[in-house]
Ligand binder design. Sequence first.
Ligand code: TMP
Length: 260
Amino acid sequence: MRRKKIYEGKAKILYEGPERNTLVQYFKDDATAFNNKKKAVIEGKGVLNNRISEFLLSQLNDIGIETHLIKRLNMREQLIKNCEILPIEFVVRNIAAGSLSTRLGIAEGTMLKRPIIEYYYKNDDLDDPLVTEEHIEVNGWASTLEIAQASETAFRINDFLIGLFRGVGIKLVDFKLEFGRVWNTDESRVILADEISPDTCRLWDTKDEKKLDKDRFRKGLGGLVEAYTEVAKRLGIMPEGSNIMEIKSGISKTIKLKKK
Ligand code: TMP
């Protein structure tokens, strides 16, 4: 069936959904870093992110955090609620790494005194600059109330995910969230949108600090699909014995993809 493409991003495509106010979110195998300067196609990545993100967002829905996820449709697609994505990346950090370490000279791996949140303006031409709440408010990208609500939700998500990952031997170093506005007649609220996956988190093995996330691609370490598969296995969302080749071919019983 030919569907109308609404938007194509670096790692996902949005298509018109079957009902009003719904979309279909398709996970591609494309990996990019440094604002598209580094690119590759990594077979199987989309299938894994679809499954991992479905799992994490449904857990959040279960604890009362509203997300855009309605249900996973197949290996690469989810049915989601349509929302107006705020042009802000909300980054929560527990441990210094990545751009925080580079910008402020804090050694990677330094535990922060408490979780912090940062805002980045989603704009490829400007390389997604770090912005303040005031920049967001005066430019009309989101209201003060929306920033406050999304930030509070981001910290709740952090508390929940730290525990969930700790239980499977993974440290949640940092992650990026996106929120969208949904309307109820003339009132709006913000809900969690986009994805939560090893593409959008830093995940380190608790024992040896092995990177189990997209830094494997950013830093050219290799073994990305193997690392994402390890995350899925630890989360208990891949049946024992499912193999990477099956995921890569995208037709597996792998991920028999049944909902637990
Ligand atoms: P950073 O250290 O590069 O600023 O990244 C912080 C977190 O946000 C890290 O978990 C990776 C994630 N992230 C994205 O999901 N998308 C992006 O475009 C960037 C720059 C980071």
